[in-house]
Design a protein around this ligand. Sequence first.
Ligand code: 1GP
Length: 252
Amino acid sequence: MTVFDHLLLTKEKKGGAFLLLLDPDRTAADRLCVIAERAADYNVDAIMVGTSHAIRADFHDKVRRIKKCSSVPLILFPGAHSQISPDVDAILFMSLISGRNPQYLIEEQVHGAPLIKEYNIETIPTGYMLIDPGNYTSVQYVSGTLPIPSDKPEIACAHALAAKYMGMKLIYMEAGSGAANPVPDAMIQQVAGYAELPVMVGGGIVQPETVEQKIRAGASFVVVGNHFEMSENLDDLREFSQAAHPYYQVRI
Ligand code: 1GP
């Protein structure tokens, strides 16, 4: 089964899927391993790995370490083509469709495609949209693009539909790492209903209740990063994971 099919099946069976984002450039290798091991214990559906700003010399070694430490599917969430690693199971093959910067619309993809073929990595064609979080985030700065206003769902809907017509299989609605405000529920609901594509939501989510709220609004997949990079206690990973699986909780 492909990683994307695994996520879709999880959504169908459990109501949603929970993805943990790890940034190798900001976290020590041993800690990455501990978090990855715990992810397997707590039913995290996939681990995403990537960074938005720098890439350090040991980036690929750390990706390999995460893969060795956990049986959870590993998905690259690339900030640039230099992050493509042979050790991931799949890659979000993204275009930053809310922006108008050709580097992130097509150029990085052209540089990365031959390597992805060589490594035989599963691609998940993804329309990536920045939604205004109310603060200035790294992804806005690095990409040099403006986010979609959070009170303009019709703009987000038009972008998502264009992505669908171009053959993309997933919409990622991103508030940005450390966002002051996550993507609003009303916007998630409208985009998911209008484009009829699975929607991934991330950025600024720090409570399990918010995970469940985004799933109930229509997100298929929820991503949390910062919270677990900062947290000393990883036990609440279980609550975050359970919050993304509302049907599963009812059945057990
Ligand atoms: C960032 O959406 C992800 O690309 C996760 O955001 O780090 O704020 O959880 P946080």
